[in-house]
Design a protein around this ligand. Structure first.
Ligand code: MG
Length: 465
């Protein structure tokens, strides 16, 4: 699926890199074109690091990427199969100027993709991707002479470097003393090579589900939804575990099941750890997208901290965290960011941080989250022609501003009301506007969502759509 742009450039990168179906759009020539464009937009200099997730197509695609870069004159370090955050960590540690990650994160098995990591370990922002997209559309010569071909070396220490790094971030002795029983669901994804080792070294008594790398995802699809994690939900109480943790396919996310077998939505752990880090760093800044639950702001403000909102998408969140020297950040989908370690969504670091919190406080996971503010989030959508979306949102922003109250227009339109909020956001891929509404009272959340749908409908009618 190609998304046209203002000029001849074709948009390839979505919010989290390129994602395509293998054998359809994602073919060898396509990979060569993109890797060639990355090669041309990167000056010859420090090496480029290439890593991959555990999909069936990942070894072959990363071999094409590495070969294309080397034949264009770049030195390449191949780190093999690793979680995306481990690749980000190694980009910085190995002083690479860029990382290329072959992954489709949590997508179904037929997908794969590419994303780029800057030399500082952060995901690259749109301008870098735009430069690559422009280079893709220019069919320029690529190969260098035999005496300028870059060398390709393999590095086998990436997993250990990353696990050691996380162990340096938490109170290992406290977790070892607590000796928690943990069920880990790797979902047959990239976390297989790091999370079991990490949890064992933290002193956990470990039961592992789907703990072998298998890109057909035989256990369940790799999006960590409650439906996909039914086995984990059942196993945690069945084996008397203290908690369950699951990663998505590239392990930049972690979601949790408490000791009673209750699946905790991502925003619960986001809120729990936001509270924890602001407690440790009084007055600290927490960065999260406009779609995050109000519970984050509630707990952070109560401790004198500050919440900074961004557009949706982890590259934007991490850059804002860097700019604001944030103490913590993340998304409500379980992608949490620990800046003292690295500015990357990090599933294994999240697991270690939760285990540390429980061990040092002597709490069970259900006790730890029980007093957090609880909200109901309602998600709706309303059809809206793509060419009308901007005008609709502008009209709605103007009327919301006239009504008074707090309005945030970073990404769509977020209207704060006394007992909740309403977010109207254009979909990135479909002709519709998404309506999110949140309140402590479920009925109020539903009423806010209805109000949102009506506002969009009225604005469309006024525009004659
Ligand atoms: Mg992911």
């Amino acid at each position: 699926m190609s998304r046209g742009d203002h000029n001849s450039r074709v948009r390839l990168f979505g919010t989290n890199g390129i994602r395509e179906v293998v054998g359809e759009r994602l073919t060898p020539p396509f990979v060569v074109r993109v890797a060639g464009a990355i090669a041309r937009t990167t000056p010859i200099g420090p090496p480029i690091l290439v890593g991959r997730d555990g999909r069936t197509s990942s070894p072959a695609i990363s071999a094409i990427v590495a070969s294309t870069l080397a034949l264009a004159g770049h030195r390449v370090v191949q780190v093999g199969t690793l979680p995306t955050p481990a690749i980000q960590y190694n980009v910085l540690r190995l002083q690479a100027q860029l990382g290329v990650v072959v992954t489709a994160s949590h997508n179904p098995p037929e997908f794969n993709g590419l994303k780029c990591i800057a030399g500082d370990g952060l995901e690259v922002l749109r301008p870098v991707e735009e430069a690559i997209e422009e280079a893709v559309s220019r069919e320029e010569g690529l190969a260098v002479r035999y005496d300028a071909v870059g060398e390709v070396v393999d590095d086998h220490q990436g997993a250990q470097r990353y696990v050691d790094g996380i162990l340096g971030q938490v109170d290992v002795a406290a977790i070892q003393r607590a000796h928690p029983r943990v069920v880990l669901d790797c979902g047959n994804g990239a976390s297989v090579v790091t999370s079991p080792t990490l949890l064992r070294r933290l002193g956990c008594r470990l039961v592992t589900l789907n703990g072998q790398l298998d890109g057909t995802f035989p256990g369940h699809l790799s999006e960590p939804t409650p439906e996909n994690l039914a086995d984990l939900v059942r196993t945690v109480p069945a084996v008397g575990a203290d908690l369950g943790v699951a990663h998505d396919g590239d392990a930049d996310r972690a979601v949790f099941v408490d000791e009673k077998g209750t699946y905790l939505p991502g925003e619960r752990i986001l809120t729990l750890l936001a509270q924890e880090f602001v407690r440790r760093h009084p007055g600290g800044v927490v960065v999260t997208p406009v779609s995050a639950s109000q519970s984050v702001e509630d707990v952070v403000r109560a401790l004198g901290g500050e919440v900074v909102y961004t557009r949706v998408g982890s590259p934007v969140v991490t850059r804002e965290m860097q700019r604001r020297h944030a103490v913590f950040g993340g998304e409500e989908n379980g992608g949490l960011i620990f800046p003292a370690f690295q500015l990357a969504r990090d599933g294994a670091m999240t697991a270690a941080a939760v285990l540390e919190l429980l061990a040092t406080r002597g709490l069970t996971l259900s006790e730890a989250v029980k007093d957090l503010p609880a909200y109901t989030l309602v998600k709706e959508k309303v059809p809206c022609p793509v060419d009308k979306r901007e005008a609709v949102l502008e009209a709605l922003a103007a009327s919301a501003t006239r009504e008074g109250g707090r309005v945030v227009t970073l990404d769509g339109l977020k209207i704060f009301v006394e007992d909740g909020w309403l977010l109207l956001r254009p979909s990135g891929t479909e002709p519709l506007i998404r309506v999110f509404a949140e309140s402590k009272q479920p009925e109020r959340a539903r009423a806010l969502a209805r109000d949102g749908l009506e506002r969009v409908g009225a604005a469309l009618a006024a525009l004659g759509a």
